[in-house]
Design a protein. Sequence first.
Length: 237
Amino acid sequence: MTNTAEQLAGRASRTTEGLALEHVSLTLGDGDSTVTALDDVDLTVPRGELLAVVGPSGSGKSSLLAVAGALIAPTSGAVHLDGVDVLALKGGRQAALRRERIGFVFQSGNLLPALTAMDQLRFALHVAGVRGTPGRDPRDLLEQVGMGHKAGRRPHELSGGERQRVGIARALVTTPGLLLVDEPTAALDRARSHEVVELLAAETHEHGVATVMVTHDHDVLEHCDRVVEMEDGRLSA
Ligand SMILES: Nc1ncnc2c1ncn2[C@@H]1O[C@H](COP(=O)(O)OP(=O)(O)OP(=O)(O)O)[C@@H](O)[C@H]1O
């Protein structure tokens, strides 16, 4: 069968734009107590896709996020982000890629206690530095996540859902290509959980982000484009 130019272009953009893990394995611990946290994982997440990762406790979900986010080097395998071989980047350049191209959202929002919502975003832009993309306007972004009217509040003056929204805005303000999200609804009620994951889906689609969300919350999977399951460090569709 011959491939049309369109098919070839589609394939090229799938393989270069977004996250690609190839034959990734990760062994943790040492001596007699080693654990295979990731076992020959292949995963491609194109820009514009919200992927959910589910699986039992200890199956390797956090390890997957840590490797995808260049926080831990795998024992073997390759990690590409937008066509860049992440593991080939040396110290400073890998850290710069992480700051400029990858956004992280954690369970509790992980905001800095002393900063207002607006300053959380300004600080993230400052840390990412001027070499990366200019970033999004913090005020507009806070409006878009429904937090414009609380831009001057500090984390302790916000609800769990509001903190999560600010955490998402902070992760997106640097226009990352990859967004890694760990249990964003763990502290939220059902209605807030849906709102937060709907927000993640909208941002993923509108801004062409490759988003990987680890969750135990099967209720919110309907908002995701694809769901994969981890078990004993292995991935299945
Ligand atoms: N620093 C470490 N040293 C040794 N083993 C570790 C370390 N961190 C994690 N592990 C082990 O690696 C495996 C995968 O852990 P991981 O945290 O990735 O799972 P998880 O699916 O995210 O679990 P949970 O849903 O409970 O957060 C588990 O068996 C865990 O005990």
